[in-house]
Design a protein around this ligand. Structure first.
Ligand SMILES: *Cc1c(COP(=O)(O)O)cnc(C)c1O
Length: 359
């Protein structure tokens, strides 16, 4: 079997989570966000598993869309940041992609392009996140120009993105929705990311755009009822490869940052920051060994971690270890490492095999 560290994928969980989004937003179409290699899970695997269940996919750039098209994915695919260069407009039309328009330059490229076929356009409006999108007072003019050009196909969808929907106490989401609702033109609308789907029913409109929740973890800052049934899609798993007993006072790992307070048993596990496990995870970060909670003891190495298993029974070489996923929420580990679950999964390198264990 070789090195035991792997990202185990449960595609039933993926489809279950898409079903949760569908149930929460029953009157909206679903655009599944699969940018950044489907948040590290493998874009082609995820798109293939979801394609029949969702109405469209979304990625960050044309290269990501090409990977999906070349793998035979035929679902509509939206480029969330639109085109970065003029020539990409024709390429996008050729690949039958949908594009975002969010600035004057992109709109002019579209208007002036000679396309093999007209292209579906989503107009992005900045309702308060101040990152992407045209200012609300300019949106009507953009909308009119998009409707006027012969290069646009079908209805123009108007969309926006939330800055703080993960925080149910924040006023910002309600303000953004009010700004969005005040736009003085018609047509389909979209606003909700995962947090919008889960916690802001009046943000669902015609299309929802969940990403993170599909992978089975809650993006909410506090626990939320609607997120309770999400199931983790990826379990980062490995195994114990070495065991030792250390005396009280003995230091473990680089820099000797963990020192045994009592006679202790240390299990070495074949996973490290070279597999996407966060280097910043401190002593005490939870790790499951044979399904029992244990704590990280000592610094994370590139290929290994050390875990205090003194209080666990029946630990041996080959014992299964779970770093996050089934039985250990990604968000909990991310919180320990002072980051977000999005970053942990998105940064998982190709070195760690993604293995479908249930489809
Ligand atoms: C990434 C992204 C999403 C999905 O966000 P999640 O928090 O992962 O659900 C939705 N819309 C846009 C524009 C995005 O960039």
């Amino acid at each position: 079997m070789g090195r035991p560290s792997q990202g185990r994928l449960d595609l039933c969980a993926l489809r279950h989570n898409a079903g949760v989004a569908r149930q929460l937003a029953p009157h909206s179409k679903i655009m599944a966000v699969v940018k950044a290699n489907a948040y590290g899970h493998g874009a082609v695997t995820i798109a293939n598993a979801l394609q029949a269940q969702v109405d469209a996919l979304a990625v960050a750039c044309i290269e990501e869309a090409m990977e999906l098209r070349y793998a035979g994915i035929s679902a509509p695919i939206l480029l969330l940041e639109g085109c970065f260069e003029e020539q990409e407009v024709a390429q996008a039309a050729q690949l039958d992609l949908w594009i975002t328009i969010e600035n004057e330059r992109q709109l002019r490229w579209l208007e002036e392009a000679r396309l093999p076929a007209p292209i579906s356009c989503w107009l992005k409006v900045d309702t308060g996140m101040s990152r992407m999108g045209v200012m609300p007072h300019l949106a009507p003019a953009y909308f009119q120009r998009l409707q006027a050009t012969h290069n646009t196909r079908g209805e123009v969808v108007t969309y926006t993105h939330f800055a703080s929907a993960d925080d149910t106490r924040s006023q910002q989401t309600a303000q953004q929705i009010a700004t969005f609702d005040a736009l003085p033109f018609a047509g389909p609308r979209s606003a909700a990311n995962s947090a919008g789907v889960l916690a802001w029913p009046n943000s669902h409109y015609d299309w929802v755009r969940p990403g993170y929740m599909l992978y089975g973890d809650s993006p909410m800052l506090e626990s939320h009822d609607n997120a309770r049934t999400l199931e983790p899609v990826m379990t980062l798993a490995s195994a114990v490869i070495s065991l030792r007993d250390v005396a009280a006072g003995q230091a473990v790992g680089y820099g000797g940052t963990w020192v045994a307070q009592r006679a202790s048993r240390i299990a070495t596990v074949a996973v490290g920051y070279g597999d996407g496990y966060p280097h910043k995870a401190p002593n005490g970060t939870p790790v499951l060994v044979n399904g029992q909670r244990a704590s990280l003891a000592g610094r994370v190495s590139m290929d290994m971690i050390t875990v205090d298993v003194t209080d666990l029974s029946f630990i041996e070489q080959g014992s299964e270890v779970v770093l996050w996923g089934a039985g250990l929420p990604l968000a909990e580990v991310a919180h320990c490492a002072n980051t977000i679950g999005y970053e942990l999964i998105t940064r998982m390198p190709a070195r760690t095999p993604r293995v479908v264990v249930r489809d």
